[in-house]
Design a binder for this molecule. Structure first.
Ligand SMILES: *Cc1c(COP(=O)(O)O)cnc(C)c1O
Length: 426
C-alpha cells in the first residue's frame, strides 16, 4: 500500500516517477478564463490528441487527390478502413481481432446487436438490466421489447441497490438472474455504470446468465479504455461502446462492437444487413442473397466513416504506445490519490460522500460524489476555479482523472480548490 500525502512535493514526486508522464503533452487542453483547465471529464468527452489533425488531414488530402480512387488506391485504401482499428481495439477490450469492428455509433449498434441477440421465445422473453441505466440504453431496451410486442414493465427486470446503498451487490445481480432463470432471454447492462462509477463483475454475470440459458451483452461506454477487459475469455456474447469518452476520438465519432467468436460463422442469426457486412469478395457483384462476413465484420451495414476513423486511429495509436497495463496501474494510483484527498478534506463536513466503490477492482478512474449540501453550487464553484468535471442530476458530481493526460499534481491542485470550496458550503 502506498501512503499518500497531501503535499505538492508528494504529487510532484509521483509525477516524476510516472512512466506515462510524457503523454500529457500529446493532448490539447481547454481553457477557462485564459488558463488551462484541470480536465476530469474524460468520462463524457475525452481530450483531443494533437495527432488527430494530421491523421484527418491525410484523409482530406487523399480525398482531394484521388477522389473515388481512394477506395482502392494509395497507402491505406478506404475499402478496408474498418480493419485499421482492430489490432488496438482487440487489446483494449481483450478480444480477437475478428471479434471487433468499428462502425456507426453506440446506440444504433446496440439496436443492431439486439436484432441478433435478443430473441424472445415463449416464456423466455425478459431482459435483466441495472436500475438507473444510461437513458439511451433504457430507451433502447424499452423500444426493443415493444418491437417484439411486450410491455417494458413486464419484460424489463431492473436490479436496484439495497435500501441505504448506492451500488449493486454482485450477489443481488446473480440471485435475480437465478430467480428469473426460465424467463430470461438476455442480460444487457453496463460494464461500468456511468452514474456511480461501479464496475460490475462481468465474468460472473456472464457465467450466471449462460447458466440459466440467457445471452449476455454489455454496454462498455464507460469501461473501454478505462478498465481492463477480457471479453473473449469471459465469453461475453456481445458488447458495444463509443469512442469519444476515454477513447478520446472526438464528439459523436464512430463506435465499436464485439461479437464472440462462436457467432463468427453463424449465418442463421437474424441481422439487419447492409452491403458492408456482405462477403467482401462478392460485394461488388451487386447480387441478391446476403452472405455475412466472418466475425464482427458481418454486422457492418454501411461503408466506413473515413474521416471519423482517422481521428479514432490517432487516439488508438496513443493507447497502443501507452499500453492498457501501464494505464491501469497509473489509474489505480491516481484515483486512489483523489479518493484519499477527498476523504481527508471533506471528512466531517457532511457536504459530500463518495458513492463509487472503494475497491479498485470495482471501479475505473471515475469517482462520483453525492452532494449533500450546496447542490449544483458546489460544482459551479469547482468550475470557476478551473476544474472541469460534470454534474449529473439529481445530485452527483463525477470526476474522472484520466491516466493518459492527468497528473498527480492536477489531483493535488483540485484538492486545494476543494478545501477552499468546502469552507463555503460546510
Ligand atoms: C455515453 C453513453 C451513451 C451514448 O450513446 P450514443 O449513441 O453514443 O449517443 C449510451 N450509453 C451509455 C451507457 C453511455 O455511457
Amino acid at each position: 500500500m502506498i501512503s499518500y500525502e497531501y503535499s505538492l512535493d508528494f504529487a510532484r514526486k509521483m509525477d516524476a516517477e510516472d512512466p506515462l508522464k510524457d503523454f500529457q503533452s500529446q493532448f490539447l487542453f481547454p481553457k477557462i478564463d485564459g488558463r488551462s483547465a484541470i480536465y476530469f471529464c474524460g468520462n463524457s468527452l475525452g481530450l483531443q490528441p494533437k495527432a488527430v489533425e494530421e491523421y484527418v488531414q491525410k484523409e482530406l488530402h487523399a480525398w482531394a487527390d484521388k477522389a473515388v480512387d481512394g477506395h482502392f488506391d494509395g497507402e491505406q485504401p478506404w475499402f478496408s478502413v474498418h480493419t485499421r482499428a482492430k489490432k488496438a481495439l482487440s487489446h483494449i477490450v481483450g478480444a480477437k481481432e475478428h471479434e471487433v469492428v468499428v462502425m456507426n455509433s453506440l446506440t444504433s449498434n446496440l439496436h443492431a446487436l439486439m436484432v441478433s441477440f435478443y430473441r424472445p421465445e415463449g416464456k423466455r422473453f425478459k431482459i435483466l438490466t441495472e436500475a438507473g441505466a444510461f437513458p439511451s440504453d433504457m430507451y433502447m431496451l424499452e423500444s426493443q421489447v415493444k418491437f417484439h410486442g411486450y410491455s417494458p414493465d413486464e419484460a424489463i427486470i431492473e436490479v436496484s441497490p439495497r435500501v441505504g446503498e448506492h451500488t449493486l451487490r454482485t450477489e443481488d445481480i446473480l440471485n435475480t438472474i437465478s430467480e428469473h432463470a426460465d424467463e430470461l432471454a438476455l442480460v444487457m447492462m453496463a460494464g461500468l455504470q456511468y452514474y456511480t462509477g461501479q464496475v460490475f463483475d462481468m465474468k460472473q454475470i456472464t457465467e450466471a446468465g449462460h447458466g440459466v440459458g440467457a445471452l449476455v451483452g454489455f454496454d462498455l461506454a464507460h469501461a473501454v479504455g478505462n478498465y481492463p477487459l477480457v471479453l473473449h475469455e469471459w465469453k461475453v456474447d456481445f458488447a458495444a461502446w463509443c469512442s469519444y469518452k476515454y477513447l478520446n476520438s472526438g464528439p459523436g465519432n464512430v463506435a465499436g462492437i464485439y461479437v464472440h467468436e462462436k457467432y463468427a460463422d453463424n449465418r442463421e442469426l437474424n441481422r439487419f444487413a447492409g452491403w458492408w457486412g456482405h462477403d467482401e469478395k462478392e460485394r461488388f457483384m451487386m447480387e441478391k442473397g446476403f452472405k455475412p462476413m466472418y466475425g464482427a465484420d458481418g454486422w457492418q451495414t454501411s461503408n466506413g466513416n473515413v474521416l471519423g476513423m482517422a481521428a479514432h486511429q490517432a487516439s488508438l495509436d496513443v493507447f497502443e504506445k501507452a499500453g492498457m497495463g501501464r494505464l491501469r496501474t497509473k489509474s489505480v494510483l491516481l484515483t486512489g490519490y483523489l479518493e484519499f484527498l477527498i476523504r481527508k478534506i471533506s471528512g466531517e463536513t457532511g457536504v459530500l460522500e463518495i458513492i463509487t466503490p472503494e475497491d479498485p477492482e470495482a471501479r475505473g478512474c471515475q469517482l462520483s460524489l453525492l452532494i449533500h449540501k450546496g447542490g449544483k453550487a458546489v460544482f459551479d464553484e469547482f468550475y470557476r476555479n478551473g476544474i472541469v468535471g460534470d454534474w449529473r442530476n439529481p445530485n452527483v458530481i463525477r470526476l474522472a482523472p484520466a491516466p493518459l493526460y492527468n497528473s498527480f499534481e492536477d489531483v493535488f491542485l483540485f484538492a486545494q480548490i476543494l478545501e477552499r470550496s468546502l469552507a463555503k458550503f460546510a
